[in-house]
Design a protein. Structure first.
Lengths: 364, 372
C-alpha cells in the first residue's frame, strides 16, 4: 500500500493538528473580546522573557515530561492510562513519607531514596487497575478513572487526619528537613557564573526527567522487554503466538507507567513545595495525555510537547495576571490539542494522505 | 436516627440522584449503541453553565433549559463526529470534551459575568420551582404516610419527575421498540445491522443525540434545580459517578435507577454527617471476611495471591488499627472521605467481577468500518 513519507507522519500532521487547535483557541480569545496577538506576546514574554520565566516554564515542563512518558509507555502497550493524576498524587505520598522519615543529611542521599519511594508508590497505585485488566478483563480506562477519585479521597483523609501537623490549619504535612532540599537552577548554575532567578521553582528533577526520557527510549527500542511491549501493542494475538505473556506485559508496562507518573512528585512535592499539600498534582496527570498524544509516544516528542505545555501553563498564568483572561484557557487549548491529535486525527490524516498519493502519481 | 431524619436523608438522596440518573441513562443509550462516552461530565458541565447563564439573563428557566440541552447535543454530536464519522478513539474524544467544557465554561463565564466563572444567582422564574402535589400539606399530619407523601414524593422540581419517568421510558424504547432492538444490535454486532440494510452511522448518531439530550437535562437540573446558578466545576465528578452507576447497573435502565439511588443515598449521608459511627466488631468482621474471600479466590495462582493477598493484608491492617484504637466493643468512625469514595470503590469491585460480572456491549469503543 502506498503511504506518505515518514516526515509527514511525524512532523506535518502533528503540526497541522496543533495549528488547528491554536486557530480555534485564537477564535476563543477573540470571542471573549481580547486580542489574540497581544495574548501570544504576553504568553511568550511571560514564559521565556527572563530566567524567572524560564524557570517556571521548565518546572511545569518537568512535570509534563514525567506524566507524558507515563501515558506514552501505556500507549505502546495499547493501553490508555488515564490515572496519572492519582498515581502522581500517591507518588507524592511516597516522597513525603521518605522525606519525613529520616532527617536527611544531604540531598544526594535523599534524592535516590525519594525517587524509589515515588516510583514504588506510583507503581503500587497502578498495580490494581493493571491486575484487574490483565486477569479480570476490567477496562483499564474505567478503573484508572475510579482510582483517581479514590486517591483524591484517600489523600484528603490522610492529610486531614494523619499527616497534618497538629495546630496547623491547612491540610499539609510539616516542611521537609533541610537536607532534603533539592538544588534549584539558581544553585546549580551559580558555579558556572550563570545568574538564574532565585525564585523560579525549576530544579534538578529536570535532569532526572531528561534521564527518564533517555531510559524510556532505551527500554522501548533497545531491549527485549520494549520489543515485547511494542509487539503486544501492535497485535495481541501475534504477541501471544510469539510466546509473549499478555498478563506480564500489561502488568509491567502499567507499573512502569505508574512509577513514571509517581516520579513527578520529585519535582512538585520535593523540589517545589517541600511539603505535601492537598491537590498537589493540579491536573498535570491529565496534561500528560495531551503531551503523549502530541509527542507520538516518543521521548523526543514527549519532551518537545512537554515544553510546549510548560509554555502554555506558565503563559496562561501570565495571561490571568496581565490580561484578565482566566488560566482555564490553557485547559481549552489542551482539550483542542487532545481533540485534534487524538480523536479527530483521521480528519486531517485522510486528506493529507490523498494529497501525497496524487502528488506521487503525478511524479511517477 | 428517627423517622423524620430518615425521610429527610431520602428526600435529599432523590434530589442528588436525579442528575446521576439522567446522566446514567444518557450513557446507557450511547453505550448500548456502541459508543463509549466518558464525556458525560463535560456535557453536563456545559449544559449547567449555559442554562444558568441564559436563565440569569432572560429570567426564564425554560429558555435556559433549551439552551443547556442544545449545547449538550452539540458536544454529543462533536463526539459523534470524532468517533463515528472520523473513527477516532472514543475514549480520547470523551476526555477532550471534558476538558473543553471545563475550560470554556470558566473562560466564557468570566467574560460574560466577570464573577470568576460563576453565573449570577438565579431567583424567581430563573429556577425550577418545587411542584407541590395535591393535598401535600393537609396529609402531612398523618403518621408515616403523611411525611412520606409530602416530603419524599411531593415537592420536587419538574426535572426530578422527568428523570424518574425516563427510566420506564428508556426501558420501553430499548427493549420494546424496533428502534431499541436495532440500537442494542448496533452496540453488539454492527456488521449484522449493516447486513440487514440499516444504517449503522445513523443509528449511532441517534444514540449519541439522545445521550446529549439526557446529559443536558442532567446539567440543567444541577444549575437550576439543585443549585441556584452555576459555579466552576459544579459537576464535581458526577459524570463519572453516573458512569460508575452505569457499570454497576450492567447497562440496564431499572438497575441504573437502583444504582443512582444508592449513590444518591451515599452522597446524602456524607453531606449530612462528617463521619458515621459503627460498632468496631462489625467493621472488623466485615474486613476479615473480605480479606479471607480475596485470599480464597486467589489460591490458584501466584500472581493473584501476590496482588489480592496484598489488598487483603491492607484490609487486615485497617481492621487491626481500628481494633487497637477503639477496642472490640467500641465505636469506630467511618470517615466521610470513605463514603464519598464508596461509589468508585464499589464500581471497581463490580468491574473486577468478584460480585457479578459486568460485561459491556460487545462492539463498544470500536469504530465500525464497512467492509469493501
Amino acid at each position: 500500500m502506498d503511504k506518505m513519507p515518514k516526515w509527514a507522519d511525524v512532523l506535518l500532521i502533528p503540526f497541522i493538528n496543533l495549528l488547528l487547535a491554536f486557530i480555534l483557541s485564537g477564535l476563543v480569545i477573540l470571542a471573549i473580546g481580547k486580542d489574540p496577538l497581544v495574548a501570544i506576546k504576553t504568553m511568550v514574554e511571560g514564559s521565556f522573557g527572563s530566567t524567572n520565566a524560564w524557570g517556571y516554564t521548565l518546572y511545569y515542563a518537568t512535570n509534563y515530561i514525567f506524566t507524558g512518558l507515563a501515558v506514552a509507555i501505556a500507549f505502546h502497550a495499547r493501553m490508555f492510562n488515564i490515572g496519572g493524576e492519582g498515581q502522581a498524587a500517591i507518588g507524592g505520598l511516597g516522597v513525603a513519607l521518605v522525606c519525613l522519615a529520616v532527617d536527611w543529611p544531604h540531598w544526594t542521599l535523599a534524592l535516590p531514596a525519594a525517587t524509589i519511594g515515588a516510583a514504588i508508590f506510583g507503581a503500587g497505585w497502578a498495580l490494581i487497575p493493571a491486575y484487574l485488566q490483565a486477569r479480570r478483563g476490567s477496562h483499564i480506562v474505567i478503573t484508572t478513572i475510579m482510582f483517581n477519585f479514590i486517591s483524591a479521597a484517600l489523600m484528603g483523609y490522610l492529610l486531614v487526619n494523619t499527616l497534618k501537623e497538629p495546630g496547623n490549619m491547612a491540610a499539609e504535612t510539616r516542611d521537609f528537613p533541610a537536607g532534603a532540599h533539592l538544588p534549584s537552577f539558581h544553585e546549580m548554575l551559580a558555579p558556572f557564573g550563570v545568574e538564574f532567578s532565585k525564585h523560579a521553582p525549576a530544579n534538578i528533577s529536570f535532569l532526572l526527567a531528561l534521564l527518564c526520557c533517555f531510559l524510556f527510549w532505551v527500554l522501548i527500542w533497545r531491549t527485549r522487554l520494549g520489543f515485547a511491549i511494542r509487539s503486544f501493542g501492535h497485535s495481541e494475538t501475534a504477541a501471544r503466538y510469539a510466546g509473549i505473556s499478555p498478563t506480564k506485559i500489561i502488568m509491567i508496562s502499567m507499573m512502569i507507567s505508574g512509577a513514571l507518573a509517581g516520579l513527578m512528585a520529585i519535582n512538585n512535592v520535593m523540589g517545589e513545595s517541600e511539603r505535601l499539600i492537598l491537590n498537589s498534582v493540579e491536573g498535570a496527570g491529565f496534561i500528560g495525555i495531551a503531551v503523549a498524544l502530541m509527542g507520538r509516544s516518543h521521548p523526543v516528542g514527549v519532551f518537545l510537547a512537554a515544553l510546549l505545555f510548560g509554555f502554555l501553563t506558565q503563559g496562561g498564568a501570565e495571561l490571568q495576571l496581565w490580561e484578565n483572561i482566566p488560566r482555564e484557557l490553557v485547559v481549552v487549548i489542551q482539550a483542542l490539542v487532545i481533540l485534534f491529535t487524538g480523536a479527530l486525527d483521521n480528519m486531517v490524516r485522510a486528506p493529507v494522505e490523498r494529497l501525497f498519493l496524487k502528488f506521487k502519481k503525478r511524479v511517477a | 436516627m428517627d423517622f423524620l431524619t430518615l425521610i429527610q436523608i431520602l428526600d435529599s438522596a432523590v434530589r442528588l440522584a436525579t442528575p446521576l440518573l439522567l446522566a446514567c441513562l444518557a450513557g446507557l443509550f450511547s453505550e448500548r449503541g456502541g459508543i463509549f462516552d466518558i464525556g458525560l461530565e463535560g456535557k453536563m458541565l456545559a449544559a449547567a453553565m449555559l442554562s444558568a447563564s441564559v436563565a440569569a439573563v432572560t429570567g426564564n428557566v425554560w429558555l435556559g433549559m433549551f439552551a443547556g440541552v442544545g449545547i449538550s447535543i452539540l458536544l454529543a454530536l462533536l463526539h459523534g463526529l470524532a468517533s463515528i464519522t472520523f473513527r477516532g478513539d472514543q475514549l480520547i474524544s470523551g476526555v477532550a470534551i471534558n476538558f473543553l467544557a471545563a475550560g470554556l465554561t470558566v473562560v466564557i463565564g468570566q467574560s460574560w459575568f466577570g464573577l470568576g466563572g460563576r453565573t449570577p444567582s438565579l431567583m424567581g422564574e430563573g429556577r425550577f420551582k418545587s411542584l407541590e402535589w395535591p393535598l401535600a400539606e393537609t396529609l402531612e399530619g398523618i403518621p408515616i404516610a403523611g411525611p412520606l407523601y409530602s416530603e419524599l414524593i411531593s415537592g420536587h422540581t419538574f426535572l426530578v419527575y422527568v428523570a424518574l419517568l425516563a427510566v420506564p421510558a428508556s426501558w420501553f424504547i430499548l427493549f420494546r421498540t424496533r428502534f431499541g432492538l436495532r440500537l442494542r444490535a448496533v452496540g453488539e454486532n454492527p456488521a449484522a445491522v449493516d447486513t440487514a440494510g440499516i444504517s449503522v452511522v445513523r443509528l449511532r448518531y441517534a444514540a449519541v443525540a439522545i445521550c446529549g439530550v439526557l446529559c443536558g437535562l442532567a446539567g440543567v437540573y444541577l444549575a437550576t434545580g439543585l443549585a441556584a446558578g452555576f459555579v466552576k466545576d459544579m459537576t464535581a465528578g458526577r459524570g463519572f459517578i453516573a458512569l460508575a452507576a452505569l457499570i454497576f447497573a450492567k447497562w440496564r435502565p431499572w438497575h441504573a435507577m437502583g444504582a443512582c439511588m444508592l449513590f444518591g443515598v451515599l452522597e446524602a449521608l456524607s453531606n449530612r454527617y462528617q463521619s458515621i459511627e459503627a460498632p468496631t466488631y462489625i467493621i472488623v468482621a466485615i474486613l476479615i471476611v473480605m480479606a479471607a474471600g480475596l485470599v480464597w479466590s486467589s489460591r490458584k495462582s501466584l500472581l493473584d495471591l501476590a496482588v489480592l493477598g496484598g489488598v487483603a493484608f491492607l484490609l487486615v491492617t485497617v481492621g487491626t488499627v481500628s481494633l487497637f484504637s477503639s477496642g472490640l466493643f467500641g465505636q469506630t468512625a467511618i470517615p466521610g472521605q470513605f463514603i464519598q469514595a464508596l461509589p468508585y470503590i464499589l464500581t471497581v469491585v463490580i468491574l473486577a467481577g468478584f460480585v457479578g460480572k459486568a460485561t459491556p456491549p460487545r462492539a463498544g469503543g470500536e469504530p465500525y468500518v464497512k467492509e469493501r
